[in-house]
Write a protein that binds this ligand. Structure first.
Ligand code: NDP
Length: 315
C-alpha cells in the first residue's frame, strides 16, 4: 500500500540517467476499471505521466486505443484487481461498481471510487470495502473529461474516507486533477460534489429562464451572455453571506434587500414571464419559498435576508 514515488535516495537524484529510470520505476502502478468518457481521460493522464496502468472495461473494444498507448488490458475485473495494489473505479453508477467488483478478493487493496454517487453510496461502499479487507476512498469529480490532465482548466476531485490511503497515494491521485480531501467520513466527498452540482443546477435553470425571456425579441443571446456571466459572478457573494447568516442564526442585521421587498419584486419577475410567454417552472419554486417564509410570520421575517428561506428546506 506504499507509494514508492517518494523513495529517491541521494545517489539516484545526483545522476540524471539513473534518475530518469528510477522516476519511471517509482511511479505507482494502478488499475482502472471503467473506460467511458471519464475513465478514458483519466487513463491517458496516468499513462502520460509514466504510471504502469492496467485497465478493464465491460465492453472490451474501448481498451484498444489505450493498449496502443501502453496500458495493460485485463480480461476480467478479477485480473485487473489482482494486477495492482491501487484500484481506481470510474463506472456509470453505484450499482455498476457493485456488479463489477462482486466476489473479488480485495484483501490489502486500496480502492478509490470516482463513480458519482450519494453520501449513502459512499458510506455503504466504504463499509463493503472494509469487510473485504480493503482501504477505501470515495471521490467526486468536479470537472469534465477534457479538463483531466489540464491543471489550468481548474478541475479537481473531492476525496473522503481513509486519510492514510489519501496520504500515501496523493501524488498519483493528483495526476489527472487537483485533489481536495474533505474528511474521513466516506460520505463527504459525494456530499460536497452533489452540493456543488445542485447549486450549478439552479444556476443553469436561471440562465435558461433568462434566455427564454429574450426569445422572440431583437436581443441576441450572444449579447446577453457576457452580461449574465458578469451579473452571476457579482451575485456569487450570496454563498459567503448566506453562510455567515446560517452559522450565526442572524438573518436580520445589516440587510440591504429585505424579504418583503423581494417578495413584492418577485411579482415583476412573474408578470414579465407572462408577458413574454415564458413558463415560470424553473424560477417559480424559489420565489414560492421566499413567499412561504414571509407568510409564516410577516412581522418577524419581513426585514430578513432571503437566506432565512434556506431554513425551510430541511423538512
Ligand atoms: P460513460 O457513460 O461514458 O461510461 C460509463 C462507463 O461505465 C463505461 O465504462 C461502461 O461500460 C461502464 N458501466 C456502466 N454500467 C456498468 C455495469 N453494470 N458494469 C460494468 N461497467 C459498467 O460515463 P463517464 O465515463 O462520463 O462517467 C463515469 C463516471 O464519472 C460517472 O459516475 C459520472 O457521473 C462521473 N463523471 C463524469 C463526468 C463527465 O463529464 N463525463 C463529470 C464528472 C463525473 P461499457 O463501456 O461497457 O458501457
Amino acid at each position: 500500500m506504499t507509494d514508492t514515488s517518494t523513495k529517491h535516495d541521494a545517489q539516484t537524484i545526483a545522476n540524471p540517467v539513473v534518475r530518469a529510470a528510477a522516476n519511471a520505476a517509482a511511479k505507482t502502478p494502478l488499475t482502472l476499471l471503467g473506460l467511458g468518457a471519464m475513465g478514458t481521460a483519466l487513463a491517458r493522464t496516468w499513462l502520460a505521466a509514466g504510471h504502469p496502468l492496467t485497465v478493464w472495461n465491460r465492453t472490451p473494444g474501448k481498451a484498444a486505443a489505450l493498449a496502443a498507448e501502453g496500458a495493460l488490458v485485463a480480461a476480467s475485473p478479477a485480473e485487473a484487481v489482482a494486477a495492482s495494489g491501487l484500484i481506481v473505479v470510474c463506472l456509470l453508477d453505484h450499482a455498476g461498481v457493485g456488479s463489477a467488483l462482486e466476489g473479488l478478493d480485495l484483501t490489502g487493496k486500496d480502492l478509490v471510487d470516482l463513480t458519482t454517487g450519494t453520501p449513502a453510496d459512499g458510506r455503504a461502499r466504504a463499509a463493503w470495502a472494509r469487510e473485504r479487507g480493503a482501504r477505501f476512498l470515495d471521490g467526486g469529480i468536479m470537472g469534465t473529461p477534457s479538463m483531466m490532465g489540464t491543471p489550468a482548466a481548474g478541475g479537481y476531485v473531492f476525496y473522503s474516507g481513509s486519510p492514510d490511503l489519501f496520504g500515501e497515494h496523493r501524488s498519483t491521485l493528483e495526476v489527472p486533477a487537483g485533489a481536495r480531501f474533505v474528511g474521513s467520513d466516506p460520505g463527504h466527498a459525494a456530499l460536497h460534489d452533489v452540493a456543488l452540482l445542485s447549486a450549478m443546477t439552479g444556476l443553469f435553470a436561471g440562465i435558461s429562464h433568462a434566455y427564454a425571456l429574450i426569445g422572440g425579441e431583437d436581443v441576441s443571446p450572444k449579447d446577453l451572455a457576457p452580461l449574465l456571466a458578469e451579473w452571476l459572478g457579482a451575485m456569487g457573494f450570496f454563498a459567503g453571506a448566506a453562510a455567515e447568516r446560517l452559522v450565526s442564526g442572524d438573518f436580520t442585521s445589516g440587510v440591504e434587500s429585505n424579504l418583503a421587498m423581494q417578495v413584492t419584486g418577485s411579482a415583476t419577475l412573474l408578470r414579465t414571464a407572462a408577458e413574454q410567454g415564458v413558463s415560470t417552472e424553473l424560477i417559480g419554486p424559489y420565489l414560492d419559498l421566499m413567499r412561504e417564509r414571509l407568510a409564516a410570520d410577516p412581522a418577524a421575517h419581513a426585514g430578513e435576508d432571503n437566506a432565512g428561506a434556506i431554513t425551510l428546506l430541511r423538512r
